[in-house]
Design a protein around this ligand. Structure first.
Ligand SMILES: [Zn+2]
Length: 125
């Protein structure tokens, strides 16, 4: 079952709001980065700040990429189709998470796998 026009409009609004939020965050990080660059006298502090800013930036950037994919999926009318198994993604899930591209079963499987890998890394310590 494809999304209704009303649902697509809602999803597009949610994506636009998310896009604005991410853009604001990225803007902030660019400002932080500029401050770090100008404070290059103290290397230890600059490294620490820059590491935080960069990892945060990459996180936001990943969200941005996910948003671009979600927008393209909406434009192609496949926003509610799971990229893993092709099952329908419930609209409530898309509404809560406009960048969702997997059904709940596939998302849970992915998270379980990530959790397993994470546990494995830690158990070797
Ligand atoms: Zn799936």
């Amino acid at each position: 079952m494809a999304l209704s026009t009303e649902q697509k409009d809602k999803l597009q609004l949610a994506q636009d709001a998310l896009g604005l939020k991410i853009r604001n965050e990225l803007q902030k990080h660019r400002l932080q980065q500029a401050q770090v660059d100008s404070a290059a006298g103290d290397d230890a502090v600059a490294d620490e700040l820059s590491h935080d800013a960069v990892s945060q930036y990459l996180h936001e950037h990943g969200e941005w990429q996910a948003l671009l994919r979600a927008k393209a999926r909406l434009a192609e009318n496949v926003a509610d189709i799971c990229i893993e198994c092709g099952a329908e993604i419930p609209f409530a899930r898309l509404e809560a998470e406009p960048t969702a591209e997997r059904c709940i079963a596939c998302q849970e499987a992915l998270e379980a796998e990530q959790h397993r890998l994470h546990q494995h890394q830690h158990s070797s310590m």
